[in-house]
Design a protein around this ligand. Structure first.
Ligand SMILES: NC(=O)c1ccc[n+]([C@@H]2O[C@H](COP(=O)([O-])OP(=O)(O)OC[C@H]3O[C@@H](n4cnc5c(N)ncnc54)[C@H](O)[C@@H]3O)[C@@H](O)[C@H]2O)c1
Ligand SMILES: [Zn+2]
Ligand SMILES: [Zn+2]
Length: 407
């Protein structure tokens, strides 16, 4: 079968690989009908998420049809249309039972202290083969596969696999209450869904910060007030627009590949003063990189978004970090947070907790997730799609991959 395979930093390709087989009675095999490329995949190819095992199939977002089930799978039948939760969780440990799927004690082969396990990720997350493939093996299938309602299309369902639940988790972590002002940093797929999620929780004004015009346009269409950090300083702009108070809640949907401003004289001058610190941070994070032309460049200022976030939040406010920072990152403006009595919340998403609720919202027409789906490409042309998404080519926000057999 065809699959997107990681060979090394800056080196991925669509290969012919053996089809997966059942390895445990709790496994299922699905035929993938849609998968997607995520900002998380880019971090692995850029080298800002280390310890990828060469040969790992990439991808952690998929929708499919169940083809085969192991002897212990009871919840799912052959032929069911399902969405895959991008994190792998057992469903029966004490943390899963408390809906803290992000802290599952069984799924990570590295043991109960291992980080959240997920498809197509590095060794610390279990080095499971991923979902950008024609077929996939699904461990703990009873819990990891969620049966889809008949009226949910693949284009809608693919958003339920990771980015919508992650963004909703961010809004939930941020404890958004009716009328709160919110700043969302990063307007990639996760940030755009964070805007929608904040609205669902009753947010008042929402500011959206990024530097990519087409993404800011989408944020505006969703009802946020866009701030292009290459044109306007997000800190002084937000302070200005909130009577110097700042926002009640902040969601970080950027992560370690944050950039500093490359436009705006004052912003550039400010960030140049920090160039040495940003470079030191980069050295801490990137043990290896392999940039080629316009592709696979890690961000040039890992802590930039975090610094802005700590500054724009009002005293007593909350910052929820769902953009991923690897364990090698050791920076946060703790002094500002301490002196403003901030609440900091963060983590990997417990997808299984939110998917049924969010599927209901889509099914009843409360949310239209396909407004964020901007591209469809065939699995066989995944490399070109990866490159366009990585380069932030105009209009490329969320990319769905359809299997080679359907292309
Ligand atoms: N916590 C979780 O469980 C979870 C799940 C899925 C994705 N993620 C993470 O969420 C993050 C976003 O994912 P995505 O798919 O939207 O990625 P993405 O790379 O498409 O989006 C990130 C956006 O941040 C913008 N950006 C860069 N520097 C910035 C800055 N200083 N200020 C504001 N914006 C800035 C970029 O221009 C880009 O549009 C990634 O780190 C991803 O790994 C986390
Ligand atoms: Zn994802
Ligand atoms: Zn568990």
């Amino acid at each position: 079968m065809k699959a997107v395979v990681f060979h090394g930093i800056g080196n991925i390709s669509v290969d012919d690989v053996p089809a997966p087989t059942i390895q445990d009675p709790k496994d299922a095999i699905i035929r993938v009908t849609a998968s997607a490329i995520c900002g998380t995949d880019l971090r692995m190819v850029r080298g800002t998420e280390a310890q990828m095992v060469p040969g790992t199939i990439l991808g952690h977002e998929a929708v499919g049809v169940v083809e085969q089930i192991g002897a212990d799978v009871k919840n799912i039948k052959v032929g069911d249309r399902v969405v895959v939760t991008s994190s792998i969780t057992c469903g029966y440990c004490e943390n899963c039972k408390a809906e803290r799927y992000d802290l599952c004690l069984n799924a990570n082969p590295n043991g109960p202290r291992g980080v959240s396990a997920f498809f197509g990720g590095p060794k610390p997350s279990g080095a499971f083969n991923g979902l950008q493939a024609e077929k996939a093996r699904i461990p703990f299938a009873d819990n990891v596969l969620v049966k889809l309602f008949d009226n949910i299309t693949d284009d809608q369902a693919i958003m339920l696999s990771d980015i919508f639940p992650t963004a909703y988790y961010g809004a939930d972590l941020a404890q958004i209450k009716s009328g709160n002002t919110v700043a969302v940093f990063g307007c990639g797929p996760v940030g755009l869904f964070a805007i929608l999620s904040a609205q669902l929780m009753g947010a008042g004004r929402i500011f959206a910060v990024d530097a990519i015009p087409s993404r800011l346009e989408l944020a505006t269409k969703l009802g946020a007030e866009a701030i292009n950090y290459d044109k306007d300083d997000p800190v002084s702009t937000i302070k200005n627009l909130t009577g110097k108070i700042g926002v009640d809640r902040v969601i970080d949907a950027v992560g370690v590949d944050a950039n500093r401003p490359h436009g705006g004289i004052i912003q550039q001058a400010k960030s140049l003063l920090q160039a040495k610190t940003f470079n030191q941070e980069k050295q801490q994070v990137e043990k290896e990189t392999n940039s080629q032309g316009d592709n696979w460049h890690p961000g040039d200022a890992p802590s930039q978004a975090l610094q802005w976030e700590a500054e724009v939040v009002a005293k007593g406010g909350t910052i929820a970090i769902i953009g991923v920072y690897p364990e090698t990152v050791q920076v946060f403006p703790l002094g500002i947070a301490m002196n403003k009595n901030l609440t900091l919340t963060m983590g990997h998403c417990p997808h299984r907790k939110y998917i049924p609720t969010l599927m209901n919202l889509i099914s009843t027409g409360m949310v239209n997730p396909t407004q964020i789906l901007t591209q469809q490409a065939s699995l066989t042309s995944a490399l070109d799609a990866y490159k366009a998404f990585d380069e932030r080519e105009d209009g490329w926000v969320k990319v769905e991959l359809t299997p080679a057999t359907m292309a």
